[in-house]
Ligand binder design. Sequence first.
Ligand code: ATP
Ligand code: MG
Length: 320
Amino acid sequence: MTTPELVRFEEVTKTYRTARGRRLSALDRFSMTIPQGRTVGLLGPNGSGKTTALKALLGLVRPDSGTIHAFGHLLPHDQRHVAAHMGALIEGPAFTPSLTGRHNLRLTAQLLGAPTRAVDEALELVDLEAAADRRYAGYSLGMKQRLGVAAAFLGRPDLLVLDEPMNGLDPEAVRDMRLLFGRLREDFGMTMVVSSHILAEVEQVSDRVAIVRDGRCIADADLTDLLAAGGPRLVLRVDDPDNARAALLGHGHHTTARTGPRGTELRLDETAHGPDILKILTSQGIYPHEMTQESPDLEDVYVAAIRAATTADPQNGEQT
Ligand SMILES: Nc1ncnc2c1ncn2[C@@H]1O[C@H](COP(=O)(O)OP(=O)(O)OP(=O)(O)O)[C@@H](O)[C@H]1O
Ligand SMILES: [Mg+2]
């Protein structure tokens, strides 16, 4: 049985005009799906189009072409029919600093026509009951972001749209946010789309990933499928990583250098045959200390998707 889709973007294109009249392509035939019950991590570098895509879904920007199907409606034509299905936190929460967290949420509840009881439930959900009667101005960034999620959740939407909800949070606040997403998913069956430019965050909170680059969605799949599709990666430890990278690149093998607790390791970007790699290195007088095989992680998937997209469309250029 396939999971129903709540949202489907098809070939959505959006070009902004800057104040100087320059055209700036933010979305370029952007396609992705949001299946029910999933937490979709919308992953991409700064300026890749994540916020624009979410704004198009919410009706805050109007695409030039392409379609968005959401909750059985076609956007932007039927935008007013889908508003109640979505709760959003875009580009940080907007609350009144001088009012308490509870007061701010009550105002949001009034706007949505949600019962006062929903405010208490939302405060409990985001673990802000103890701080509910303090002024919003005195909240930490993590508390502000959690109150923003509470406001998005107040109307009990079918889909939560959260733009960079973990941006700028310290590791403990990121952990709180991760636990909150777990509760929303498990206790409320919530579907979520969560954007981020940080791989590790997306890997920790999502079970589905859409990778955006230059306004295009270059991968859109369940995380387990993405990871299973990539084969094992060879990982090398050598004395002179730069030299080894150059030697391998000379034979068409791309690598990524990662620095961890054990120093710098080189990871092959695609699956490769161990003996072939050793032959290349030793023929140039490079003798690895260690060569192991590891299962791919999201960074491997990300690198491979970007490489594949660059090969398919060389005018995009390559970033390393
Ligand atoms: N209102 C606007 N006017 C003109 N250009 C814009 C506007 N909003 C976004 N852009 C441009 O569109 C492109 C995509 O921007 P967008 O904000 O969607 O990216 P993003 O992936 O959310 O980036 P970030 O990670 O920095 O939030 C960028 O080149 C950006 O400069
Ligand atoms: Mg953004």
